[in-house]
Design a protein around this ligand. Structure first.
Ligand code: ADP
Length: 482
């Protein structure tokens, strides 16, 4: 590294000058000279040389070895000793300071040059190595997966924090222990121990994945489902020198998987009933010998079934659009009162078990609304009102103009909802025990209502008392006249 800045520490002025001249000749510009250990430490801190050439015997409080130790620890500058003394004691003391070279006077110019270049190179390499070690250590520490490394005998050499918290062992305690002691795994179904992945990696010499359904048994006995893989660590000659194991807690993934399965089951169940009506209706309509009236009746039942299917699918589509951030409503100014009456009319034809009363003033301001979505909201609320109230009781739909919005409500005289359960209703998959688990439903209707009302910048809420019926309210802001 020609051009390196060198600090000479030498109390003999003539010798210092000699070294200085030689260095210049070798291509190191302006080497600086100081004459004592104290000065050396001070100057090193000021000018941060690339290397210090240090005489050992120096006048003053601290000698060359002490000065070198300070320079090294405080400023991380490599030191090469130059000395006339090479007795064992001095060498031993000097060794402790991890010098990058040690030259006994008198020395040749060539020797000086080689020593300096080797020291500079070694220091640079050490810096790079330290940097890459830190880089790896930080990466391993920060990585979201748990990491455990072992030596070639399967003894633990490293664990990151995630591994510590999953296994319940700190690295300090686990270090040098057999992997199997800290990383205890079993098959979730058979509850039999699973072969230690490190043993497998050492035997097969390749990356291995764990079998599915592996359970980690933490130090406190907690069982955590994990998936993991192990890989050999090899040296430059392809010898296995250790194993690295990466694993993660899959509790959440399994929970989501289960929810998905349950949901698919629920959807299939929900769809099957109206689908059966449609198929049976069409089947019967094609049976020879049916009167026109009978045909009309079965076809209308089939049409109802088809409409229920469409409604379920619409709810699902709305939610998946919402999840994907793609729920877009297309508002147009409409006479909300007239639209509600029309929707109620259709609903009344569909379900005759409850009379539906409408309480809407003659004139209401027009509001910018997505008509199909309004229909979807009301359909969900009316369906619920019918589902959760005894046959024959009245359902009432009201609309009123307020200061800055329309207030629309759907009331029933049904089972009602306890106060502490009301907040839960508008969350996904929430179905209340009181509703009777056998009442049909996916537990998504009210969630869809909430999303759709909010997409219109409105609010939705419920007022209810168990046994005394429920009223669901929602608002549609007026200033959105479209
Ligand atoms: P679903 O009706 O498909 O179960 P919803 O999201 O529409 O799903 O409703 C969630 C839950 O809220 C229902 O399961 C029921 O327990 C309760 N609920 C909804 N509407 C009413 C109502 N009008 N009266 C009583 N309980 C209701």
């Amino acid at each position: 590294m020609t051009g390196a800045k060198i600090l000479i520490v030498e109390d003999e002025a003539i010798e210092a000058l000699d070294i200085q001249q030689r260095l210049v000749k070798l291509g190191y510009p302006h080497p600086d000279v100081v004459y004592s250990g104290e000065e050396a430490v001070k100057r090193a801190g000021e000018i941060h040389p690339d290397l210090v050439l240090m005489d050992i015997m120096l006048p003053g409080e601290i000698d060359g070895v002490t000065a070198a130790a300070q320079i090294r620890t405080r400023f991380d500058i490599p030191v090469v000793y130059l000395t006339a003394y090479a007795d064992e004691d001095t060498v031993r003391r000097a060794k402790v300071t991890e010098p990058y070279g040690y030259m006994v006077k008198p020395f040749q110019e060539r020797e000086l040059h080689i020593n300096i270049e080797i020291a500079l190179y070694k220091h640079k390499m050490e810096g790079e190595l330290r940097e890459s070690r830190e880089w790896f250590a930080t990466t391993l520490r920060c990585i979201g997966d748990a990491v455990i490394a072992t030596d070639k005998d399967g003894k633990i050499t490293f664990m990151n924090q995630v591994a510590e918290s999953l296994t319940g062992w700190r690295l300090a305690e686990a270090s040098s222990k057999e992997l199997a002691e800290v990383f205890r795994i079993m098959n979730r179904d058979t509850r039999q121990p699973v072969e230690n992945p490190v043993t497998r990696v050492l035997r097969e010499g390749t990356v291995v994945g764990l079998a599915n359904h592996t359970m980690l048994i933490a130090r406190d006995g907690a069982e955590i489902p994990i998936d993991d893989s192990g890989a050999p660590i090899k040296d430059a000659r392809e010898n296995i020198i250790g194993v690295v194991l990466v694993f993660r807690d899959v509790t959440e993934q399994e929970r989501i998987g289960k929810l998905k399965d349950e949901f698919i089951g629920l959807v299939s169940h929900e769809i099957r009933t109206p689908l059966t009506t449609v198929i049976a209706g069409l089947d019967m309509a094609m049976t020879p010998g049916m009167t026109a009236e009978e045909t009309q009746e079965v076809l209308s039942a089939a049409a109802d079934g088809a409409e229920s299917l469409a409604h379920i699918v619409n709810n699902l589509v709305e939610l998946s659009r919402y999840q994907a951030n793609r729920m877009q409503i297309s508002r147009a100014p409409i006479d909300v009162g007239a639209v509600i009456k029309e929707i109620v009319g259709k609903e009344q034809v569909r379900s005759r078990a409850h009379p539906i009363a409408v309480d809407i003033p003659q004139t209401l301001p027009r509001v910018g609304v997505d008509q199909l979505r309004l229909e979807q909201i009301l359909r969900n609320l009316l369906d619920n009102a019918a589902k959760y109230s005894p046959d024959g009781t009245e359902i009432r739909v009201c609309a009123r103009q307020q200061a800055d919005s329309l207030l629309i409500s759907v009331s029933d005289q049904g089972i009602g909802i306890a106060a502490d359960e009301q907040a839960r209703l508008f969350q996904p998959f929430q179905r209340l025990e009181a509703g009777g688990r056998n009442a049909k439903g996916l537990g998504l209707g009210l969630l869809v209502c909430k999303r759709l009302v909010e997409a219109h910048d409105g609010r939705i809420w419920v007022e209810s008392e168990p046994g005394r019926g429920s009223t669901f309210y929602f608002t549609l802001p007026l200033d959105r006249a479209g």
